[in-house]
Design a protein around this ligand. Sequence first.
Ligand code: NAP
Length: 580
Amino acid sequence: MATSSPSTSAQPIDALIVGAGFAGMYMLHKLRGLGLNAAVVESGSGVGGTWYWNRYPGARVDIQSLEYSFGFDEELEKEWRWSERYAPQPELLRYAEHVADRFDLKRDIRFNTRVTAAHWDDAAQVWTVQTEKGPAVRCRHLILATGCLSIPTDVTFPGIDTFKGDVYRTSRWPHEGVDFSGKRVGIIGTGSSAIQSIPIIAGQAEHLTVFQRTPNYSMPAHNGPIPDADFEAWSKDPRGYRAASRDTVGGFQNEASDAMATETAPEEIRAELERRWAWGGFRILGAYADTSIDPQANRIIQEFVAEKIREQVKDPAVADLLTPKDHPFGTKRPCVDTGYYATFNRPNVSLVDLRAEPLAGFNAEGIKTTAREYAFDAVVLATGFDAMTGAIERIDLRGRGGRQIKDHWAEGPRTYLGLMVAGFPNLFTITGPGSPSVLTNMINSIEQHVEWVADCLVALKQRQQTSIEASEEAEAAWCRHSAEAVTPSLLPQANSWYMGANVPGKPRMFMPYAGGLNKYTEICRQVAAKDYEGFMIRQGERVLSESRVFTSLPEPGEIPEKLAPIIMERLMAAGLLPAE
Ligand code: NAP
């Protein structure tokens, strides 16, 4: 940190923010602007979070940059011009740096500092936060802006330490970059990180071998300069454009349609899917309203994408291996690529199917499968993250009565609104489990959370209230509502990181809130308007207000007649509706 030094002095600061990604930066700026005394601790040496760490070749955003950028400051918005539809990581990092400099944020960020523990002191109504170095920090509020995909999984492979070559992790890429020219390279994983980096690495390496366990769906970005029409639509009315983005399920504009694929003529579907595929990115997700619920409708998209893979990959056997068969389309976060499938037509690229020949481990020369050995100069691990809970659970986080977050979340993360946790007063999570977060444009979700938290802290301070805490009942009601929101969809059917399925032993629970950002924003607004419904607010030992209910649900939308039986059946099977 440049100058500020939160300390163990008698006077706690108003808020300590953990993480200097987009969430932490905006939180700091917002609280400062409100006259609150706030500071940030960040484990990296710079700002940017995801875009600080994920420097692998080809890394870029998968939501259009016009929408994936801050909207809270009109001047900032006007002065920044993105170079491409989907900005690459170096440009995103420059943007983060620009925001930090423009708002003079670094003087209150302590870099190279990882938080190890945070304990709530109920008598003093403060958090004591311990870091790997430096004195503990006392703060009234602790705000975790630690990111949803910031901690790599602990996956390791037998013998990896004996490998003589270099090992890189996409999420911890060397800052100076890596030149694979003339090298034999192996990459493990075929998620978004691998799918973005494989075409670039293939362009450099003598040979690239891709080790795939499960194929993913990927759509072309058709990246390039921002089309004039898009830029004009945005620049005419950036406020209106952003408001329209926020008023969607995913927090970005996607031409979401009400039409049903199973009620549409095949030639019409074809034309519509082709149009959306040609537009690129996530646009195809909004084509039909039934594909996220009805397996028959979903199969139409699956078959369309399979055909697109066959069109791009010359060897039919390789195309078949690259085609997902174990999960419906959209139930894992689809990838957005630039030349991924065509890369497998290159003579210097080969695909290894780990289902046919499982990975046995490493030796000094490279990777061993059950079938053969592959020699490499370098191996890249693109093996994913302990998503949503990883960064939070790695902190020794203890709430009232010393209760540990890990125990509270033993059966999966429980929160109220994805913002607070029962038994953990004055602890806020930005885009935490139970919030729409990773199912949305993260920047819009971040802005909504930061603004809600800031309003809450101001309301508490104005009334000299010292703590706010979610009630067990409201938390349970939110968990139930979250389950009701996701159960009708196909989302729980995939072994995804949304479900915690990529980490051995992690409880299986759909972690993000699937009800949509627009609906969620309205719920949060209503909760605050009802004087923080579902929360207990205290001033010292005095309980000032106590609400144990959560009633702020908007009227349920009309269920399309065709989907009603599927939805009812799934809710009933999950015990969320009484059986008739
Ligand atoms: P991921 O989607 O979880 O992919 C990890 C890959 O590693 C999977 O293919 C997985 O196979 C494989 N893997 C893991 N452990 C393995 C093992 N022991 N042996 C063999 N293979 C193994 O991780 P990610 O690619 O880093 O992406 C995570 C998320 O980050 C994305 O879904 C997205 O939300 C975000 N992201 C976004 C962008 C962007 O475009 N802006 C870029 C990168 C990441 P299995 O599927 O079989 O487990």
